[in-house]
Structure formats: C-alpha cells, structure tokens
Design a protein. Structure first.
Lengths: 186, 100
C-alpha cells in the first residue's frame, strides 16, 4: 500500500516537473524543475531496492545540474524568456505523439519473460551496495575500467575545449557595452 | 500492487516527454536538458527490470549510463562554449552553415 502511494505520488511529481522542463520558456524554471525531477527519480530507485543507484543519482545529477545552472547563468539572462522560433507546432506534436503511442504499444505487449533467468541473482544476505560492488568488480571489471578511461577522456576534452581562447571573455564584452551605454546616458 | 508494467509505462511516459523536448526545443542547452530526461527514463526502466527479475545487471547498466551521461555533458558543454564564443548564440538554427 505504501509502495503504491509512493509510486503514484512520485510518478505524478516527476512527470509534472519534466513537463515544466520541456515546456517552460524561462531557463531558470526549466533548470530548477529539472533538478527537482532528478531528485524525485531517485525515490524510484529507493523504492526498487537500488539504494546505491539512488544515492549516485542524487550526487551525480545534482552536480551535473549545478554545472548546467552555471552555464545557464552564463549564456542567458535568466530573468528573460528564451527566444525560440518554432515553425510548425503541429508536426512536432504529431511526430512525438506517434512515437509515444508506438512506445506504449511496444511496452504493453505481453512480455515473454518466464524463460528469463537471473545472471546475478540478488540475495537477502548482503546489502545492495555490497552486491553491486561484488558484481561490478568481478564480472564487469573491464567495462568499469573502460568507463573510467572514458570519463578521463571526457574531462580532458572538456578542459581543453573550454580553455581554448580563454583570454576572450564571454561576459566582458557585454559589460563593456553596458558601461558605454551608461556613460552615454549620463 | 505495483508491477513491472507500471514502471515501464512510467519510463515510456518520461521518455516521450523527453522526445517532445528534443523535437520542439531550438536552444542547445535546453536540448541537453531533454537528453538528460531521456537517459533518466531509461535508468528507471533498467532499475525496475533489475528488481522484478531479481538480477543486478540492470542496475549496473544504469551505472554505466550515468557515467556516459556525465561525460556527454562535459564534452557537450565544452563544445557549447566554443560555439558561443564564435557565434554569440547557441540557437540550433545557427548551426546550419553547410546548406546551399
């Protein structure tokens, strides 16, 4: 009963937050609702006994979303609406509606699942975090190391890309223009 | 009683919301938000399947997806900064420099 209540509550909250993210014209509202939605999603992981995944979700996505926040502050005036021109809304909504219908039909078809056998069965004796650690560092050791290298490559790429022409400030020009305008009015 | 189908339908709804966002957004940073939503929807589905089949593999795939999402954001935002310095805008239409 508690599980059902929690599921429907968090499902409604998550869907509402992500709809705001997708539909909002204000960058600040979109970012805030995205952050809220990410936190609400971790509730599903806790409901599904994936404790470690829930904690990782909160840590990683709060970090990632904070980085996005910083970029949003840099790129937009967050008090103003983001200007976007959409030539035809009908096509967009038709396409996405059809894709959504297709997805639901695919998922509602009965799943032939009786023959599925668990490769790494969960046991009640050890906790979720320990079980994840055991499987991650035995069977999935190579993918884990490859993921580590991928993160390193991404970090270096991010630093190099962002530091290229670092002497040219994004915000400095705008500040100078504002100063010129203020001097002009005075 | 919440079954696997409930979670899968929720994941499908969230993925559809992300698709709507990807199709209707013209701002690249807003497109990043939509892709994050899509990745999270898939994570929910994987964690649910992991629970209902009693198999840890789904959760491990979700971990790798989180790692991929993190590196995607890092590289994507680096490219975004370069584009913004060069053009002064991150509108998707400004990327159409090869037509005609």
């Amino acid at each position: 009963m508690v599980e059902a209540v929690a599921f429907y509550l968090f499902a409604a909250l998550t869907i509402a937050m992500f709809v705001i993210t997708v539909m909002s014209k204000n960058a600040l509202y979109a970012m805030s609702s995205l952050a809220a939605g990410m936190i609400f999603i971790s509730a599903f992981f806790f409901l599904l006994d994936a404790d470690f995944l829930g904690v990782v979700q909160i840590i990683v996505y709060s970090g990632a979303v904070m980085a996005l926040y910083a970029f949003g502050m840099m790129f937009f005036d967050t008090t103003k609406d983001v200007k976007e021109k959409n030539p035809s809304k009908k096509i967009v909504f038709f396409l996405s509606g059809m894709i959504a219908l297709l997805l639901v039909v695919i998922l509602l078809t009965p799943i032939i699942s009786d023959k599925v056998q668990a490769l790494y069965p969960m046991s009640d004796e050890i906790g979720n975090t320990e079980a994840v650690g055991i499987v991650l560092f035995t069977k999935y050791l190579v993918p884990f190391e490859v993921a580590a290298i991928m993160l390193l490559v991404a970090m270096i790429a991010g630093i190099i890309l962002a530091s290229k022409r670092m002497d040219e400030s994004i915000t400095l020009k705008i500040d100078q223009e504002i100063e010129k305008e203020q001097k002009g009015t005075e | 009683m919440i079954t696997l189908t409930h979670y899968l339908i929720l994941a499908a709804i969230l993925f559809s919301i992300a698709l709507v966002g990807i199709l209707r957004r013209k701002n690249l940073l807003m497109l990043f938000f939509a892709t994050e939503i899509a990745l999270n929807a898939v994570n929910i589905a994987l964690a649910a399947i992991s629970k209902y089949y009693g198999d840890l593999t789904g959760q491990l795939f979700a971990f790798f997806i989180i790692a991929i999402a993190a590196s995607e954001v890092a590289v994507g935002l680096g490219l975004l900064i370069i584009w913004y310095k060069r053009r002064g805008t991150i509108d998707l239409d400004s990327l159409q420099s090869m037509n005609g």
